[in-house]
Design a protein around this ligand. Structure first.
Ligand code: S3P
Length: 171
């Protein structure tokens, strides 16, 4: 049975467009717990959009900010905590996630690109060839997501509600 009284958050990981924020919020509602999103927290704390952090300071600075935000979230939050798609690139973050319930939302390339869109709000996908960029991102990250996931759901062809149903049955 799902333990909603746990002190540590259920962490949601996956590539852009996998539905981490949408499903994470739905899962939190179903469990009756709070929801936090690392990207939202970073933007609030920094007072600027993530695309601005990338543009002004570069990816390395963003990753350091992200690593600190995830560390704080893992310490402070209960409920459900969705991370940005690249948070798992940090070995330190991956180590910190050991022992947590980590939900990996998988998505195929076609659907992932479609869902993530070509928005400049996602600076890593805003280049000249978003499909190639997305494929490279999936190839590099899939092993990282899978290494730390305790639950994996393939979201292709599923609505956020259906993904949440699947998770509720498996957590
Ligand atoms: C990133 C994904 C974004 C955001 C940043 C970097 C990535 O979050 O953290 O633009 O490296 O995949 P989403 O996964 O919510 O799009």
């Amino acid at each position: 049975m799902t333990d909603t009284s746990r002190a540590e958050p259920i962490v949601v990981i996956g590539p852009p467009g996998s539905g981490k924020s949408t499903v994470g919020r739905l899962l939190a509602q179903r469990l009756g717990v709070e929801f936090h999103d690392a990207d939202t927290e970073i933007q609030r704390e920094q007072g600027r959009p993530i695309s601005d952090i990338f543009a002004s300071d570069g990816e390395e600075v963003f990753r350091a900010i992200e690593e600190a935000a995830v560390e704080r979230g893992l310490r402070e939050y209960t409920g459900v905590f969705a991370l940005g798609g690249g948070a798992v690139l940090s070995a330190t973050t991956r180590e910190r996630l050991a022992g947590h319930t980590v939900v990996f939302l998988g998505v195929g390339m076609a659907e992932g690109v479609r869902r993530a869109g070509l928005s400049t709000a996602r600076p890593l996908l805003a280049g000249v060839n978003p499909r190639a960029t997305y494929k490279a991102l999936l190839d590099a990250r899939l092993p990282l997501y899978r290494a730390i996931a305790t639950v994996e759901v393939d979201t292709d062809g599923l609505t956020p509600d259906e993904v949440t149903d699947t998770l509720m049955a498996r957590l």
